[in-house]
Design a protein around this ligand. Structure first.
Ligand code: VG1
Ligand code: CO
Length: 543
């Protein structure tokens, strides 16, 4: 029986973000998840008779919220929901399942790289029919709807859904199908990459270690890397998704993936190391003795993608988020293909991918992907690396050195000031924004500011405008400092400062980035008055 539950209108969604990400305790409030889900359903015109995909990264509350979402979907008239067994679907796999099944969209239950468990975070985001995160027009409508929402629809009674058994059951008039979360995704990977070449490379002695960080990629990595490609069992570590990710912070960077980093720098390092985040859309790549900065990784993938069968015809274009280094710009210029600079967040790549204007995209936060789905994709990136290394027969270190000798190197670091007061962070950004016009010509040691602006983006496909996407300070010679506030944190504010300096191909290519960037780092702190506004002298994370 359909029941209508009254609620008081409110919205917790941060404007401009593609979903809702909050502490678990917040999500446990009565009717909280339901209010967001109903706001999503209410803006979907074509839901009657439609297919909806539901999956998550397995974190605490995943199963409970799936149960709620299924009963609500039935009450709202969906014909069918597809759910990954155990409630599991990595974000890229969910994107693929939406596309493959002609679904209207999907609910992805994840707070991505944020910690999980009863004291961690939870999240819900809506992806549209192209498989990608809802664009601002849709998230804006969801937000507006939640401000007036006074009821949600759900189905009363009935047994709990068995998430473990593959196959179809019914909830009310709606079909619930539990699907294998891995198979279709793994098959897609086999169409893009030369698995034979990777297997042959492995047979020649190539070894790897993949850290799934006790998050969603474990089952995918076991199937693809160990079963299909034949890497030794044990090559995948932390491969079982846990509700609290084993207490780890599933953010694949050199701070949170420290164990992998240390192993890769140690005497017994395998040839290749990689890690993924909570929901499987990001990747970290480390060669034996060689860390690869994500912005460099994007450039190297763009320069070599044609070596994989799925990209043998070359790339239509590439796109990167604005704070991502310009390393890939040089590759695009050499390949004579368009380069697009978008605001942070994967949703900004969707139109370009749908229009066939770009094939490959990436972000400095260790996200890369292509037009095979509409999300960034951690394991896809790992497989593209493996394909390239197998064909080239070189080490990660050799590949990156060769890349720098050809294109030069964009020294790069991102500084995160986490959990600062929202007032302080907002005041810092407002003050800097107000002073942009007076900055050009200012000197900081040897550095001279050439220009400064507030990044705004006009989508070339639909003409939509996104403003206030980060403050950019450009120095003479091309160095750059960018400031923006994180949209994914759940307590206080996180200030991100992105620092970049270009070193030409005949320059010093193998310096320590911290040293190569020290003058810029200091200038960046001084220009924004970071200590004055946040009380911090040092970032919490430098990656
Ligand atoms: C961060 C990253 C951004 C990424 C976003 C979602 O956003 O910087 O590049 O797209 O997380 O990734 P922010 O606003 O905190 O800087 V995921 O894998 O956490 O959904
Ligand atoms: Co993620």
């Amino acid at each position: 029986m359909i029941s209508t539950v009254s609620v008081t209108p409110f919205s917790d969604q941060k404007p401009g973000t593609s979903g809702l990400r909050k502490a678990v305790g917040v999500f446990q409030q009565p009717h909280y998840a339901e209010t967001f889900i109903q706001s999503v359903f209410d803006v979907l015109a074509d839901k009657a008779g439609a297919v909806l995909v539901i999956g998550g990264d397995g974190r605490f509350l995943n199963r409970e919220v799936i149960g709620k979402a299924v009963r609500m979907a039935a009450a709202n008239g969906f014909a069918r929901v597809l759910i990954g067994r155990g409630g599991i679907l990595s974000t890229p796999a969910a994107s693929h399942v939406i596309r493959l099944n002609g679904a209207l969209g999907g609910l992805i239950l994840s707070a991505s790289h944020n910690p999980g468990g009863p004291d961690g975070d939870f999240g819900i985001k809506y992806n549209i029919a192209n498989g990608g995160p809802a664009p601002e027009s849709v998230t804006g409508a969801i937000h507006a709807r939640s401000l007036v929402l006074d009821r949600y629809l759900t189905l009363e009674g009935g047994a709990d859904i068995d998430l473990e058994t593959l196959g179809e059951t019914r909830v009310g008039d709606m079909v619930v199908e539990i699907i294998d979360p891995v198979a279709a995704y793994a098959d897609l990977m086999e169409t893009l990459f030369d698995f034979d070449a990777i297997r042959a490379h492995r047979a020649r002695g190539f070894t790897l270690s993949f850290d799934a960080m006790s998050a969603v990629t474990g089952p995918y990595a076991h199937e693809i890397l160990e079963r299909r490609l034949g890497f030794t069992p044990g090559s995948v570590v932390n491969g079982v998704p846990l509700e609290d990710f084993g207490g780890h912070h599933p953010d694949p960077n050199i701070v949170h993936a420290r164990e992998l980093y240390d192993r890769m720098m140690g005497p017994d390092a395998p040839d290749f190391g990689a890690a993924s985040d909570g929901d499987g859309d990001r990747n970290l790549v480390i060669g034996r003795g060689r860390f690869v900065a994500p912005s460099d990784a994007l450039a190297i993938l763009a320069a070599n993608a044609h070596l994989a069968p799925g990209y043998a015809r070359g790339l239509a274009g590439v796109a990167r988020s604005m704070p991502t280094s310009a390393a890939v710009d040089r590759v695009a210029a050499a390949l004579d293909i368009p380069l697009h600079e978008t605001p942070t967040g994967w949703k900004f790549f969707g139109n370009l991918l749908d229009a066939g204007q770009v094939t490959l995209c990436g972000e400095e936060s260790a996200g890369a992907g292509s037009d095979h789905v509409r999300e960034k994709d951690g394991l896809w990136a790992v497989l593209l690396w493996l394909n390239i290394l197998a064909v080239r027969g070189v080490s990660v270190d050799e590949l990156i050195q060769e890349h720098w000798r050809r294109f030069g190197r964009n020294y790069y670091v991102r500084h995160d000031y986490e959990g600062v007061s929202s007032e302080g962070a907002d005041a810092l950004m407002a003050a800097l924004r107000g002073r942009l016009a007076e900055l050009p010509g200012q000197r900081h040691g040897d550095l001279v500011i050439a220009s400064a602006d507030d990044f705004a983006y006009v989508d070339p496909v639909d003409g939509s405008v996104s403003e206030g996407q980060g403050l950019r300070i450009l120095f003479e010679g091309g160095s750059r400092v960018v400031y923006r506030l994180s949209g994914t944190g759940t307590s206080g504010a996180t200030l991100r400062v992105y620092i970049e300096r270009y070193e030409p191909a005949d320059g010093v290519l193998d310096a320590d980035p911290a040293e190569a960037l020290s003058a810029l780092v200091e200038a960046g702190k001084a220009i924004a008055g970071i200590e004055r506004f946040t009380g911090r002298t040092m970032p919490d994370v430098a990656t």
